[in-house]
Write a protein that binds this ligand. Structure first.
Ligand code: PHE
Length: 408
């Protein structure tokens, strides 16, 4: 039933056994929400760009990348779970929809003359369904590199301009060097400290200006990424909860070496725009970013951060589906994301939440029964029970056909 080729943004790709994109997903590639002038994601992007005004700004790179760009160039191990078909949209075995903006790091560094980049793009991940997860979202990535020979002087002069506009001194503790998050052996402690200080100061100042709050509480959590070491996640205290804002770290020297920057050291970060925009604009459901309803779009002005006023919440409609899953064989394990993908494809943005509510194993046969509750709701109107019944029937039919489940 699968066509032998896929046409994506004017390019033709052969399909194969890896292909797992759906028409619903591919229809998002041309939306470019981050480039729509009064869209909240564009406003947020421009605020961050104005903070990094000396960087080169990129925002229209092709979302189809090779597995080399998305994984290998970034030093992902061959067995890294991120490569799995359950997590990533494959066009075919060699091409994917980028899962993060880091997919462009090597190309940008290789082509570049600039010592600072900011890159904004739509990224794609197979995932669960709820109010804060959508299979397409937007990231912004920053990279800054410095000549190794003059590191201390360049960093201190840059930091003095950064901190002169930010009166409260930032408290940067000594960087952790645990076994799992070490300073790279090719870097001296002083090099790693300098780059880290510049990284943390730059990002603290950016996030304080975004939230217009010089006293914003920030904490740094040790993290792991294959392409940075040491690595951190930044969290901010917002309405009494710690909110993860971004991932970052000192760029793996191997990446700089292989892109023509062996004489440099640098840092990189990547942040999710929706997560921050939901907080800044008070947008309660991630599907709203994709709304073409005037009642959403007309609320926002170019470059302005304003609070969203919900236009009534329409009633939800719950439907449960139960089935016996096929016996698991090697390489054919059950994954909830595969079921979520069917719901996405059939119900589109009417699917608000999919939750596993019950699961048990047959005592004799050993087969597994799962029950999912699908919460349907439109952001724009009241849905009818008949229309949702038709969608639910289609979800049942396709689940049986594609996942081989036995409906109960
Ligand atoms: N690409 C990472 C992610 O999507 C974020 C990141 C970017 C981390 C750059 C470190 C450096 O989670």
């Amino acid at each position: 039933s699968q066509s032998p080729t896929l046409e994506i943004l004017g390019q033709s790709y052969p399909t194969d056994t890896h292909t797992n994109t759906t028409p619903t997903i591919l229809s998002k590639l041309s939306r470019n929400l981050h480039l729509q002038p009064s869209h909240p994601l564009n406003t947020l992007k421009r605020r961050i760009e104005s903070h990094f005004s000396t960087f080169t700004h990129l925002d229209n790179l092709n979302p189809v990348v090779t597995t080399t760009q998305n994984f290998d160039d970034l030093l992902f191990e061959p067995s890294h779970p991120g490569r799995s078909k359950t997590d990533t949209y494959y066009i075919n075995s060699s091409h994917v929809l980028r899962t993060h903006t880091s997919a462009h790091q090597s190309d940008v560094l290789r082509n570049g003359k600039s010592n600072g980049y900011l890159l904004t793009a739509d990224v794609y991940r197979r995932d669960e369904i709820d109010v804060s997860h959508y299979p397409v979202f937007h990231q912004m990535e920053g990279i800054r590199i410095f000549p190794r020979s003059n590191l201390s002087a360049e960093i201190s002069s840059d930091l003095s301009t950064l901190t002169s506009s930010a009166p409260s001194p930032t408290s940067i503790t000594d960087i952790p060097t645990s076994d799992t998050n070490p300073i790279q052996s090719v870097h001296t402690k002083s090099e790693a400290d300098l780059v880290t200080k510049h990284l943390k100061t730059s990002l603290e100042s950016m996030v304080k200006s975004l939230f217009r709050d010089e006293t914003l509480q920030i904490r740094w959590i040790e993290a792991y990424f294959p392409f940075t070491s040491p690595s951190w996640e930044m969290e901010i205290l917002y309405q009494d909860k710690w909110l993860e804002i971004l991932g970052c770290g000192v760029v793996q020297q191997q990446i700089l070496d292989s892109t023509g920057h062996a004489d440099k050291v640098g840092w990189a970060f990547g942040l999710g725009l929706e997560r921050i925009a939901m907080v800044l604009f008070d947008i309660p459901d991630i599907r709203l970013f994709w709304s073409e309803d005037k009642r959403f779009l007309s609320q926002f002005r170019e470059g302005e951060v304003t609070t969203f006023k919900p236009f009534s919440k329409y009633p939800a409609c719950y439907k449960d589906i139960s089935f016996w899953c096929p016996a698991e064989k090697e390489g054919e394990k059950w994954h909830d994301n595969d079921f979520a993908e069917i719901v996405r494809d059939v119900a589109g943005d009417l699917a608000e939440n999919v939750r596993l509510i019950d699961q048990f194993t047959h005592p004799k046969k050993g087969t597994v029964s799962r029950c999912f509750r699908i919460n349907y709701r439109s952001m724009e109107r009241t849905v009818t029970n008949e229309e949702i019944d038709r969608i639910q029937d289609e979800v049942r039919r396709i689940s049986a056909e594609k996942l081989g489940v036995t409906l109960r």
